[in-house]
Design a protein around this ligand. Sequence first.
Ligand code: NDP
Ligand code: MG
Length: 397
Amino acid sequence: MYQSTNQKRLYLIGSTGSIGTQTLDIVRRHPERYRVTAISGGSNVKRLIEQALEFRPQQAIIADAEKYGELREALAGSDVEAAAGADAIAEASTHPNVDMVVNATVGYSGMAPTIAAIGADKDIALANKETLVVAGELVRRLLKSSKSRIFPIDSEHSAIAQCLAGESADSVRRLIITASGGPFRTWTREQLANATVADALNHPNWSMGAKITIDSATMMNKAFEIIEAHYLFNIPAGRIRALVHPQSIVHSMVEFEDGAIKAQLGIPDMRLPIAYAIGESTRLAGASEALTLDRIATLTFSEPDVRMFPCLTFATTSLERGGNAACVVNAANEVANLAFRQKRIPFNDIYRIVAETLEKEPFIAAPEYQDYVATNASARRTATEIADSISRQVTIK
Ligand code: NDP
Ligand code: MG
């Protein structure tokens, strides 16, 4: 195994997922720069074992405690320690052998390890946008008294960070976040009502995990990205605009006070933003294939249709309300997104479940950590009740 004192030691959370495996591709190709000292996954223990035996981290952690025995047995006799559970996943963020936490788990499970990493002054390469949706205000506050820095992996935010490099904050007029529009961009309202899981999973440009792919189809993903940008770059939601750009070549833009607009362009390939984030805003040669500009026929941009994709409105609704509102939206969306994937509710009811949950849940104006935990649990219960009642009334093909 390649060992060098210049290797950055990464703790990769969500190593078995889409971003996780692409991060490991970079580590595999650049052992002179990176080493994983810990990896963690949700329940795919087979893949976690394979990764542990290939990359030899000091620790491999599985969230699903029922899979712990299998993990421990497979790693017995290797030098990799097996562990299990959400607490172990968060705790590993604070370990002295970690230089940077790469948070690529999905959903609410990303919050605790991010907060733990900030408490231990660790740098974070953040794919898990839900951390900032759930608890953006708390994260921003904790960062003020920590040495941690957050480097975004989300392609739009990476693009914005690249456009902001060398610019002064007060020269920024607004952020323009591009959206592919997802698989339903050109669908009619009637078609959308009958959209199947297979239709929604068929993303035109990006290959990603199932949850974010459905979030892209509803455009909840773009609402989350507006919230994410608000907290990462400290820009009010009113100065962040989403624009539909079906080619996914311009990954996002910044408009400046003098009228200039800077954009970052590239093929849709997450390895570039992952490399830029784990490299602390430096460029890794060959991270992705370069774009052949003369092969691009046209780049188009248009306003998103919020009547067709009302989930987009949750960005402003929840940021204007503040407090625990976005945490409620995230929890309800996790429940609704999964219920749709399980063919228990129709596509358009994802919005309905989130909106109704937001109306029903108690508002907390200045939540602390435990309030987010409680809000997440309570909003999930409420959303589950609504989803169950819808699912009793409909039959989905
Ligand atoms: P995947 O579903 O492919 O991977 C999620 C990872 O998290 C897997 O390793 C999974 O383990 C693990 N996991 C799931 N649930 C838990 C849990 N409760 N506790 C601990 N680990 C868990 O998702 P993606 O890689 O697509 O997305 C990860 C994050 O990155 C999301 O927040 C997403 O929004 C964001 N992102 C992803 C992009 C992409 O291109 N994929 C682009 C931009 C942002 P297991 O495999 O065992 O289920
Ligand atoms: Mg994105």
